[in-house]
Write a protein that binds this ligand. Structure first.
Ligand SMILES: C[S@@+](CC[C@H](N)C(=O)[O-])C[C@H]1O[C@@H](n2cnc3c(N)ncnc32)[C@H](O)[C@@H]1O
Length: 235
């Protein structure tokens, strides 16, 4: 995916979800046909390693998309609940081809529904893999995380590295759009997402009573630059 000039300053959570609704099938194909090079080269392994290093007994995969990460964890015999707002992606996740012995559970939930829908549930690891895309919805979701984390639980957030995306002149909080260039022909429109600086992410964590314990920056083998950032957080 390539960053484009931003025509999207008014985008909000509804626009984000419309985009994923429109592109659910194309996205499923792009992930399953390994068309996103940074993922196959770096970021899939990086998030899996970060999760497996913590040997979780129950994982919540927030914004699970077509489910590749939930299924990868199920193959390691880790119980997983994957949630996503887009019903077509959850359907794809449920029917994913896999030889894992026990399937993950999947539910269609918008982040706004998560606090009530999962009230009383606890996970020792919650993961958001490139799935925190809007402004206010993500801020509200972060506020809900402490109640979902088991004692000593961990939240892992993998996202584009704010210092290595776009141009240095364009590094303040705001809406951006991404084209789908290079990952398939069937995508429609551009993908809106809300850019946060590192300082802004950290403020969000403080406001949500989440402690940043580590910041991983998996390098891209071709450039040596961070391919992403993984925030490791506790309560
Ligand atoms: C880039 S995809 C990542 C999917 C998956 N985590 C992965 O690693 O392939 C972003 C996902 O976040 C989901 N998402 C974005 N905003 C959401 C919201 N408000 N509630 C639930 N899911 C959301 C989208 O539907 C989409 O599946």
């Amino acid at each position: 995916m390539t960053q484009a000039n931003d025509p999207n300053s008014g985008a909000d959570s509804a626009a984000v979800l419309r985009c994923w609704q429109d592109n659910a099938a194309a996205w499923t194909a792009a992930v399953r046909e390994a068309k996103i090079r940074s993922r196959t080269l770096v970021t899939n392994r990086a998030i899996l390693d970060a999760i497996l290093a913590r040997a979780p007994s129950r994982v919540l995969d927030l914004g699970c998309g077509e489910g590749w990460l939930s299924w990868s964890l199920a193959a390691e015999n880790i119980p997983v609940l994957g949630v996503d707002a887009i019903a077509a992606l959850i359907e794809a996740a449920k029917s994913s081809p896999s030889d894992a012995e026990s399937a993950p559970l999947f539910r269609t939930l918008d982040y706004a529904q998560v606090p009530l829908a999962l009230a009383g549930e606890r996970f020792d690891l919650i993961v958001c893999n490139f799935s925190l895309l809007d402004q206010a919805g993500v801020a509200n979701l972060m506020l809900a995380i402490p109640a979902l984390l088991a004692p000593n639980g961990t939240l892992l957030i993998q996202t584009l590295h704010p210092d290595f995306v776009g141009t240095p002149a364009n590094r303040s909080d705001g809406w951006r759009s991404e084209t789908w260039q290079g990952i398939g022909e069937d995508f429609r429109g551009q993908a809106p997402w809300y850019y946060r600086t590192l300082a802004s992410w950290r403020r969000l964590f403080v406001q949500s009573d989440l402690q940043l314990t580590e910041q991983l920056e998996p390098p891209h083998p071709e450039t040596g630059l961070p391919a992403s950032v993984i925030f490791v957080l506790g309560v």
